[in-house]
Design a protein. Structure first.
Length: 588
């Protein structure tokens, strides 16, 4: 019966005969009484099925069962199914909100415990390293497990949300699509409206793009407006750039970032001209985003000159064909073409943002010899002036840590005064230079250099926790309106795969960061720091004595893994982390 209801072809009414009262034959039932009865019963049965799955989606304690319920509702392809999925989306968001205080408490307890303050050096006979007594070790593990459990439950809810969006995106029935667009406008919950925008990117219908554009222009919440801009960019390039242009005037930089990217994806003259004009009106990261969007769309680089871009575009077809490039999604703009602009670079990646956080790995392996020792054209002495020490032409030592701090120190001294920045160094825990972004005054730069010089590498690799902090996402939702001092760019320098923290698994980190950054729109750039060729690593230390335990023993690599294999896996992880979050990746 469900199949008959959905397809509506097995038992169609007879065509009307000529003559007789108007509409008489159009109201006649099907010839078969059984088929007519099936039509009468099918709709109520289907509605009962949707209602059953809706209750499961909203109330089941098992996330896997709720994901299955979302998929089953999506198969109904009806306006009732849309209403049920909207209820499911609301329930997911409510669950996440209820979990956030629990997560905040778990993180606070871990910070209060202060693992680093309880570690003590082990004797050489015990293999060196850091140890902690058994009772404190057990207490730390219990606190860490609590934080991991809460995060696991939050991620399970995010998976249900993705299942709901996928089910909404599969809607094709005209009445179902109309219900989606109505909910997208009328729902009082920003999470529901943004989810419907994401789903609408894949929903057919001429009425869909204007409805999404209405949310971009009129929604009160920047998170929804950003989702609308992304949805328009993800649709067929036939979507006119005019629908996106209001996003360029948005007061929230996150919406403008997504609009710039979307206009580039459409490759239409009107949108590309608007991107060229953004080179004149935007600054910092947003100017870089406009230029990168132009380069990705065209396959050429005309620098930061709006006029140069517009003159070139006048001679090109509209719309532009896809660029003849092996990786057109990669930003390839060359900052050297920017007129009269000196751009600091971290391992070759330009630092153009004015609100930036640097994450620097200080784990024990950063004491190993570095493969990259600096390039000839990158090693000139920085004449910092204003009482700040110059940076030497080469690192003071050949360790990964020496090169990394040298690279970052050069960037810090070159930051414009109007730039706000912070530094977070991480091993098994993390420590921040400042509690929030700080203006790059001479005094702040000197303080930052002193902070770096005082750190010594040790411990394991907990990447997720400091990254979560840098994104401003510890136990809070993304704000409805971005502040002028919010971070918009993060740089990560590391030499190893994560193995500690709330989320120690690299693949899970990728999924989680995508979810966290969906509405924050923060660019994440990554650098893999390699070990010098021919370096022989010492064998792992013997088991710790009964009087102490290493709370973060980095798991020794399997006997068959080589530095080359380790590098291959690490590079893949960091490459994906950057690509999925609008950043660049380099390997050194």
């Amino acid at each position: 019966m469900t199949r008959i209801m959905e397809r509506g072809t097995e038992s169609s009414p007879r065509p009307p005969k000529t003559g007789g009262p108007p509409g008489r034959h159009a109201m006649m039932p099907p010839a078969s009484p059984a088929a007519f009865l099936a039509l009468l019963l099918a709709a109520p049965a289907a509605e009962r099925s949707v209602e059953h799955h809706r209750k499961t989606l909203v109330a089941s304690p098992d996330p896997a069962v709720r994901r299955e319920a979302a998929a089953a509702i999506g198969e109904a392809n009806s306006k009732e199914a849309v209403a049920a999925l909207v209820d499911g989306c609301r329930a997911v968001d409510e669950r996440i909100v209820r979990l956030l205080p629990e997560k905040a408490k778990a993180l606070e307890e871990l910070e209060t415990f202060g693992l680093s303050r309880k570690l003590k050096p082990a004797s050489p006979a015990a293999g060196g390293g850091l140890v902690i007594d058994r009772a404190q070790y057990d207490q730390y593990q219990a606190l860490l497990q609590r934080a991991q459990d809460v995060e696991t439950r939050i991620m399970a809810e995010e998976e249900v949300r993705r299942a709901v969006i996928a089910a909404l995106a599969a809607m094709t029935d005209e009445a179902a699509v109309a219900r989606m667009l109505a909910e997208m406008k009328a729902s009082r919950l920003w999470g529901v409206r943004s989810a419907l925008c994401e789903a609408a990117a894949r929903v057919p219908g001429d009425a869909v793009p204007p409805a999404i554009a209405d949310r971009l222009a009129r929604d009160s919440d920047a998170r929804v407006r950003g989702a609308a801009a992304a949805a328009l960019g993800a649709r067929d390039p036939a979507v006119g750039p005019a629908l996106l242009l209001p996003g360029l005037k948005d007061t929230d930089w996150r919406v403008r970032v997504e609009t710039l990217k979307a206009l580039g994806l459409l490759r239409r003259r009107e949108g590309l001209d608007a991107l060229a004009e953004a080179l004149r009106t935007e600054e910092g990261r947003l100017r870089a985003e406009a230029r990168d969007a132009l380069v990705r769309a065209t396959g050429v680089d005309k620098g930061d000159s709006p006029d140069a871009w517009k003159i070139w575009l006048q001679s090109q077809p509209d719309p532009l064909p896809p660029p003849d490039s092996p990786d057109p999604s990669a930003p390839v703009a060359d900052p050297a073409l920017a007129p009269n602009v000196t751009v600091a670079k971290l391992y070759g990646i330009p630092v153009q943002s004015k609100r930036v956080v640097f994450l620097l790995d200080r784990s024990g392996s950063m004491s190993e010899p570095a493969a990259y020792q600096g390039e000839a054209d990158e090693t000139a002495v920085v004449k910092s002036g204003r009482g700040l020490p110059p940076i030497p032409p080469r690192p003071a030592g050949g360790r990964k840590w020496d090169v990394a701090t040298w690279e970052l120190s050069r960037v810090i001294l070159r930051l414009p005064d109007e730039t706000a920045f912070n530094i977070i160094c991480f091993d098994h825990e993390h420590v921040a230079w400042q509690r929030s972004l700080t203006q790059a005054t001479p005094a702040a730069k000197k303080s930052a250099l002193d902070f770096l010089n005082a750190i010594k590498p040790a411990g394991g690799t907990n990447l997720y926790d400091p990254l979560e902090r840098a994104l401003g996402a510890g136990a809070v939702l993304p704000p409805p309106k971005a502040g002028p001092d919010d971070v918009d760019t993060v740089y990560i320098v590391t030499d190893g795969l994560p193995n500690l923290g709330q989320i120690p698994d690299p693949r899970t980190i990728l999924d989680k960061v995508r979810a966290l950054n969906r509405h924050r729109r923060i660019a994440i750039h990554t650098v893999w720091v390699g070990i010098a060729p021919g370096t022989v690593r010492p064998p792992p230390p013997p088991p710790p004595p009964a009087t102490g335990l290493d709370p973060n023993p980095p798991p020794p690599p399997p006997p068959t893994i080589t530095p080359e294999q380790e590098r291959e896996v690490g590079e893949l992880f960091l490459r994906l982390l950057a690509e999925q979050n609008g950043g660049r990746f380099v390997s050194r």
